[in-house]
Design a protein around this ligand. Structure first.
Ligand SMILES: [Zn+2]
Length: 351
């Protein structure tokens, strides 16, 4: 995406993002009224229920041959992708903004979006579902209802590309920088040898396009996850089955603990990725993927330097925010995470 296009987009976003969704804890009750209001070209359909009987929906749009599946909040406490996806719906829906991209998108692609695959986890603000299953490690066993549902959509829809949207913790930085990894990507491996298959190269090429956009807005805030093979992970398995699966992890940005700034970068990433898929028929420019720095793990929410432990001892202590739902409200508290050995670490706040 060119700088001039980004300037226009930035203005559109500031005035038009989906302002009915905000904060870290996004529930099925938050998104259902918005889904109910979606009109053509969106086709909204309930496709199943969670273990505790909450609705799971899909939003389908477009009629083209390039099939793309997106899902969010398979980890219930990771809502940034959901907010970004609804921003994307706003963008597509905005009649004042029916640019050629939206027309081309609907003509060349068919999109199936599952906003919030794990509504029970969203309610409890947990990664896992109601039966304590991590859906992103359930791609082989398929123990959870929600995993089976995602798999049945994959099998019947047969997408060429998938977008698997997650949030990552604040501890991740971009290697070589103090910057948080505000957005991180992964083109998952299909085997322990991390073989560069044709499909993985296509996944990488889409990531290259998204990274090129983000570097213009948040330079050196984009990281890349290790491509170590996870035999039970969703992305690794879907990629292995021949569906190019792009993992997007939304992370921290300066003071943005609600991730209402980061959602915009997540939206830009989605839009750039889709633009790339719409405008190209072969996806070959994968080499710059390896220039994206790795994710580091060197940042903390708070480091207190030289904290007095007793009369003789001073030590650096790192703290992280932890979240829980109390009386249906999300509350955070700082929890001690590491004592000492923090020379090479950086705190978003330091005292
Ligand atoms: Zn996740």
């Amino acid at each position: 995406m060119k700088k001039t296009e980004l300037d226009i987009l930035e203005k559109w976003y500031a005035a038009n993002f989906e302002n009915q969704l905000a904060g870290r804890r996004i529930l099925i009750e938050d998104i259902e009224p918005i889904l109910k209001d979606l009109k053509a070209p969106f086709q909204v359909q309930k496709i199943g229920e969670s273990e505790e009987g909450r609705n799971i929906h899909q939003v389908k749009l477009g009629t083209g041959p390039k099939k793309i599946l997106l899902w969010t909040q398979m980890h219930g406490n990771e809502s940034t992708g959901t907010k970004a996806l609804f921003d994307l719906f706003k963008y597509i829906n905005d009649s004042a903004h029916q640019d050629s991209f939206v027309k081309d998108l609907l003509e060349t692609c068919t999109l199936v979006c599952i906003p919030m695959l794990n509504p029970d986890g969203s309610k409890n603000f947990t990664r896992v579902n109601a039966h304590h299953v991590d859906l992103n490690r359930d791609a082989v066993d398929l123990k959870a209802k929600e995993s089976l549902l995602l798999r049945s959509v994959l099998d019947s829809f047969q997408p060429q590309f998938c977008f698997n949207l997650h949030d990552q913790r604040t501890i991740f930085n971009v290697e070589g920088f103090k910057n948080p990894a505000t957005i991180s990507f992964l083109a998952p491996s299909i085997d322990v040898e991390r073989t560069l298959t044709a499909g993985r190269k296509e996944t990488m090429a889409a990531i290259v396009a998204m990274n090129a956009t983000l570097q213009q807005i948040i330079p050196n805030h984009v990281g890349r996850y290790t491509d170590e093979f996870y035999p039970t992970a969703t992305g690794d398995n879907f990629q292995k089955l021949g569906h190019n699966t792009i993992l997007i992890e939304a992370g921290h940005y300066k003071d943005d603990y609600d991730r209402d700034v980061v959602r915009k970068f997540n939206f830009y990433a989605l839009l750039s990725g889709l633009t790339y898929l719409v405008n190209n028929d072969t996806y070959t420019d994968y080499q710059p993927y390896f220039d994206i720095p790795n994710n580091g793990k060197q940042n903390f929410d708070l480091i207190v330097r030289n904290m007095k432990i007793d009369n003789n001892t001073q030590v650096d202590v790192a703290f992280q925010y932890e979240y829980e739902v109390v009386n249906n409200e999300l509350v955070s508290k700082l929890v001690e995470y590491q004592r000492g050995g923090l020379k090479e670490f950086y705190g978003y706040q330091e005292f």
